[in-house]
Design a protein around this ligand. Structure first.
Ligand code: OAD
Length: 248
């Protein structure tokens, strides 16, 4: 497929783009971690009930993701951004940091970032945090030093959108602005989805938003997703094999 010099590209990625880096997709794991339902370790209720279990889950995910490397699909998307600049926007449902490590910066991580923490009480800015805090029973739960300086002991939490939590409305507005720019400037556009099951909204609805703005819609996925009929083109297979050769 050819991208003309004025084409804008909106990309949505899901767990499938990181599968070849060795990070199991959400549905591959059957929604379970060490026999705990994922909702138990990835929800505000689960954190209130057992913060140690939640931090052990995320500490292990931090360690595992830090050991993985971006694959050719991540690198292909980083090259597209380098070539297209502001005509490119990446929206990812992944929290694994691999797009950033591959070089993408024009990126919205709608489900948060595994290597970012925030205070569960105060409003301080979320901050980069690569530590695996709780790997054994001897490890302390991480607390907020800003609160501590005021004599309060508040727990840190991962900066992840948990089940039952809202996405950041400014993220959706940024995507809408990108699509509105395509319409206002009357330029061609492509919407590309990679490695996502099309089950989780609002991400699964972005294809319709882009289509309403006139985008050609392209999907690269190992299996037909729930919203297959929304796409003009479907390239079935592995993202790391297909993406590097997809655009001229
Ligand atoms: P899923 O695990 O639901 O889907 C991954 C998709 O990638 C599936 O359709 C696979 O067929 C496809 N796939 C697997 N390996 C692939 C490969 N090598 N190349 C291309 N495609 C491949 O993951 P998501 O759609 O990302 O949310 O799930 C969306 C959200 O569901 C997640 O972000 C998570 C969960 O609720 C939160 O944690 C908030």
């Amino acid at each position: 497929m050819e991208l003309t010099p004025d084409t804008r590209l909106l990309v949505l990625t899901g767990a499938g783009v990181s599968a070849e880096s060795g990070i199991p997709t959400f549905r591959d794991a059957n929604g379970l971690w060490e026999n705990h339902a994922v909702e138990q370790v990835a929800s505000p209720e689960g954190f209130a009930e057992d913060p140690r279990l939640v931090w052990r889950f995320y500490s292990m995910r931090r360690e595992a993701a830090a050991r993985c490397e971006p694959n050719p699909a991540h690198h292909a998307l980083a090259s597209l951004e380098a070539a297209m600049g502001a005509r490119f926007l990446l929206v990812t449902q992944n929290v694994d940091d691999l797009h950033r490590r591959a070089g993408n910066r024009r990126m919205i991580e709608i489900h948060g970032n595994l290597f970012t923490s925030r205070c569960s009480v105060c409003k301080r800015e979320p901050f980069r945090d690569e530590r695996a805090h709780v790997l054994s029973d001897a490890d302390d739960l991480p607390v907020c030093d800003a609160c501590l300086s005021k004599g309060r002991e508040s727990l840190l939490r991962p900066h992840i959108v948990w089940f039952g939590e809202m996405l950041d409305p400014s993220h959706l507005r940024a995507v809408e602005r990108f699509v509105a720019g395509v319409v206002a400037d009357r330029v061609p556009s492509v919407f590309l989805a990679v490695g996502t099951s099309g089950l989780v909204y609002p991400a699964a609805g972005l294809v319709r938003l882009a289509q309403a703005g006139g985008a050609k819609t392209v999907l690269v996925n190992a299996d037909p997703p729930a919203n297959l009929e929304a796409f003009d083109e479907f390239h079935r297979g592995k993202a790391g094999e297909i993406l590097p050769g997809l655009f001229a």
